[in-house]
Design a protein around this ligand. Structure first.
Ligand SMILES: NC(=O)c1ccc[n+]([C@@H]2O[C@H](COP(=O)([O-])OP(=O)(O)OC[C@H]3O[C@@H](n4cnc5c(N)ncnc54)[C@H](OP(=O)(O)O)[C@@H]3O)[C@@H](O)[C@H]2O)c1
Length: 432
């Protein structure tokens, strides 16, 4: 049987795992693909680092993979926007199918690269770009295709989930981040994770497949972990919630809501139990109801599992001589709904003067914005001399909640609004 010849770009954490599996699982993979998968060559920057494959199969010249006649499928595992995007484009332009784990390239350039692939009779697959080893893209496109998806909530950044798990145990953000860096979960510059850039990239990919919405990641509202205090997690727990960095998308009346921010989720919700560096995506379909996918969102072998699944898919098709699929028709393109219209419940923590009448002034501000108050906690003044009031509201539009925050901060009895955290109930946002 004609072998499928593979070239890998990048032999780092994921590339090494993919290369090892191609060598060590030859029979298993050949049976599944219907043809032998042969690792022909791999591109690296440094030829002297120890690698999973013999040195004579290594090169530093990208064109020896993307332009070589003896390569059928290119696996891009270099990461970053450039040169990865240009290189994927070059391979597709030559009619070579590409498998990538690169969320940055897929979230920013996925639609144009998919069009190019279809034009050239090639295929572009990226199961590993979101959720590492968790199958997500294929289930959204295939297994759940008969559904109208109503809602998607995801924990898709393992680093921030690890940090929040530590903070739930009482660590400050700085301490939890330092520990994440020590364990290799967080980069030396953790901004992409902590500022939710990575999660917004991944949400952009998910909303396209779940809702047919094409949105550049920069248009997705994102708020990261900065400013979070372990006390808020402790107060949230008293109300029955766990704090997660949630990537959320929902079908609304004015389009698709898509946002990434810290959110309280009910302790009984399956997402509340996703701890440490785990990832999970919870979707609600109109036929299937709630479904959750969870597992290892990162790591060489877990991510290689998704890369190899794509590779097998492409190889099976090529072995059968079937044409590459055309671009998926998602139907009429929906709009991104404005954040101001999103309805959520909300948690506020206020540092207030220890004086009579504070509560009346605070509730008056909420009433002016038609925001209902669901629960209140009051704490005696601590060492710093100010008392704390913690409020949990009923669902209200984001615009009203933001105005309330501003007005609360202006009250003379309020020293500061220490936190405003959205609450995502198990009931599509909660009823007012
Ligand atoms: N790591 C994970 O758990 C994980 C999970 C999901 C998705 N991903 C995605 O998988 C991709 C790979 O991640 P990784 O963690 O394996 O990265 P990595 O460990 O940093 O490895 C990158 C590899 O690419 C090579 N490389 C980078 N730039 C190159 C260039 N310009 N020319 C030639 N070779 C180049 C490097 O060569 P040298 O070794 O010579 O430096 C290295 O072998 C990324 O898109 C990442 O977002 C990773």
């Amino acid at each position: 049987m004609k072998p499928i010849r593979i070239g890998i770009l990048g032999l780092g954490t994921v590339g090494q795992s993919v290369a090892r599996a191609l060598l060590e699982r030859r029979d298993l993979l050949a049976r599944s693909a219907g043809a032998p998968l042969v690792l022909q060559r791999a591109v690296v920057r440094d030829l002297d680092k120890p690698r999973a494959i013999p040195r004579e199969q290594l090169t530093t010249e990208i064109a020896r993979v993307t332009e070589a006649d003896d390569i059928d499928v290119v696996v891009e595992l270099m990461g970053g926007l450039e040169p990865a995007r240009t290189v994927i484009e070059a391979a597709l332009s030559r009619g070579k199918s590409v498998v990538t784990a690169n969320k940055r390239v897929v979230s920013w350039h996925g639609p144009s690269l998919l069009s190019l692939a279809a034009k050239k009779g090639a295929e572009l697959r990226y199961e590993a770009a979101v959720g590492g080893g968790i199958p997500l893209i294929a289930p959204l496109l295939d297994d759940l295709a008969a559904n109208r998806l109503l809602e998607l909530r995801a924990i898709i950044n393992g680093t921030t989930n690890y940090i929040l798990t530590r903070m739930a145990a009482g660590d400050t953000l700085d301490v939890a981040l330092a520990e994440a860096q020590r364990l290799g979960y967080a980069e030396a510059d953790p901004s992409d994770d902590v500022d939710a850039v990575d999660a917004a990239d991944k949400l952009a990919i998910l909303v396209r497949h779940a809702f047919g919405l094409t949105v550049p990641p920069r248009e997705i509202f994102r708020q990261g972990l900065r400013g979070l205090d372990p006390r808020d997690i402790a107060y949230g727990r008293e109300f029955g919630y766990a704090l997660k960095l949630l990537a959320l998308a929902r079908r609304g009346t004015n389009g698709i809501e898509a946002r990434v921010h810290p959110a309280f989720v009910p302790i009984a919700h399956p997402l509340a139990r996703i701890d440490g560096a785990q990832n999970a995506v919870h979707v609600v379909g109109d036929l299937c109801g709630p479904v959750m996918f969870s597992g290892q969102g990162a790591g060489g072998d877990a991510t290689a599992s998704a890369v190899l699944a794509d590779l097998l898919h492409v190889s099976r098709r090529m072995a059968l001589g079937d044409p590459a699929p055309t671009v998926r028709d998602f139907g009429p393109e929906p709009k991104l709904a404005p954040l101001a219209e999103a309805r959520t419940r909300c948690y506020f923590r206020l540092a207030v003067e220890d004086q009579p009448g504070v509560f009346a002034q605070v509730t008056q501000v909420l009433a002016q914005q038609s925001i209902g108050l669901a629960s209140v906690l009051q704490r005696e003044p601590g060492k710093m001399g100010s008392a704390e009031v913690v409020l949990l509201t009923y669902a209200a539009p984001e615009a009203a909640l933001a105005s309330a925050e501003e007005q609360l901060a202006r009250l003379s009895c309020v020293r500061a609004v220490r936190a405003r955290i959205r609450v995502e109930g198990g009931d599509s946002g909660g009823a007012a």
